[in-house]
Design a protein around this ligand. Structure first.
Ligand SMILES: [Zn+2]
Length: 303
């Protein structure tokens, strides 16, 4: 069985025993993001901190484990502190990049090397946000700008982001310095964007705390079906119904394109299901450098 830990998980996460499960999760996400190896270019120190934070979260987010941990901690507080004789498993192999530790008088708590006491005044990054954005087919094909509304944490206006009003906690944000507000962003859709493509908007996520940087916004493109046009790779298919006379004799016909109209020439004896290709009137390719084709597919009216 694992030894009871001597780590103060509450201190690690910068919370108290009263902190709710939801807030534990929130706090963990902030810290996990901060120390995630991916965002710290593989720093060993950050990786170690990440592990410890995750370990704390694993225990404190689970009601049963948390209760057991609290029980152990209160027991350890009562028991006299013993010098550690066993290998210090609190210190990951290689340590936190500090000098050698020894067992002299100035023996440090393992946690002297933990994420510097994660205090509530520490700048923390805002949340990254991920949503879906509905994009009309013509906009996806040719690019454009659409307003996108979403909610995010912004600086509390009441307390100007300090979390306090005079000597009291700010009643608007409950001391969190941040409040959730709806915002609208003009989202630039690149020409020819694919369905499910994720667009990144740096710093458009939630506001950070204590001067920490804002998070990012990620929008997954969801191309809306269109009543007339269908997109197949870079081409746009447009089904057009013509009279049997026009199909038989041929002649000019005005058809809609993605952004205008054009005149096509219907051939004599056009059959149902036949296609006519209008070059360069399809969806943008390579972010707009070229365009696919518009394919007119004929339906013929019955007499
Ligand atoms: Zn406030």
């Amino acid at each position: 069985m694992a030894q009871p830990t001597t780590r103060n998980y509450y201190k690690i996460l910068g919370i108290t025993q009263k902190t709710s499960k939801a807030d534990v999760k929130k706090r963990y996400r902030e810290l996990a993001r901060k120390y995630h190896p991916d965002t710290n270019s593989g720093s060993k120190t950050a990786e170690d901190k990440f592990k410890i934070v995750s370990e704390a979260y694993e225990v404190l987010s689970d009601a049963k484990k948390r209760k057991e941990y609290d029980r152990q901690q209160s027991y350890q507080k009562r028991a006299p502190r013993r010098p550690k004789s066993q290998p210090d498993w609190n210190s990951p192999p290689g340590g936190f990049g500090k000098g050698q530790r020894d067992n002299q008088q100035g023996y440090e708590e393992p946690f002297a090397q933990e994420p510097e006491p994660v205090d509530p005044d520490m700048p923390t990054s805002g949340f990254d946000l991920q949503f879906m954005v509905d994009v009309p087919l013509p906009v996806a094909a040719l690019g454009g700008t659409i307003p996108y509304s979403y909610e995010k944490y912004v600086r509390c206006e009441e307390c100007e982001g300090t979390g306090v009003q005079g000597s009291d906690e700010c009643s608007e944000c409950q001391g969190k310095q941040l409040v959730v507000r709806p915002v609208t962003l003009d989202v630039k859709i690149p020409p020819g964007v694919a369905d499910n493509y994720t667009l990144a908007f740096i710093k458009e996520g939630g506001e950070g705390r204590n001067g920490g940087p804002p998070g990012d916004l990620f929008l997954r493109v969801c191309i809306q079906p269109h009543p007339k046009f269908k997109r197949v790779k870079n081409d746009i298919i447009h089904e057009v119904t013509i009279s049997s006379k026009l199909a038989e004799e041929g002649g000019p016909l005005e058809v809609e394109t993605l952004n205008a109209t054009t005149i096509i020439q219907v051939e004599e004896e056009t059959l149902i299901g036949e296609e006519l290709r209008v070059p360069g009137e399809g969806s943008a390719i390579s972010w707009g450098k070229k365009r696919g084709d518009l394919i007119i597919k004929f339906n013929i009216e019955e007499d």
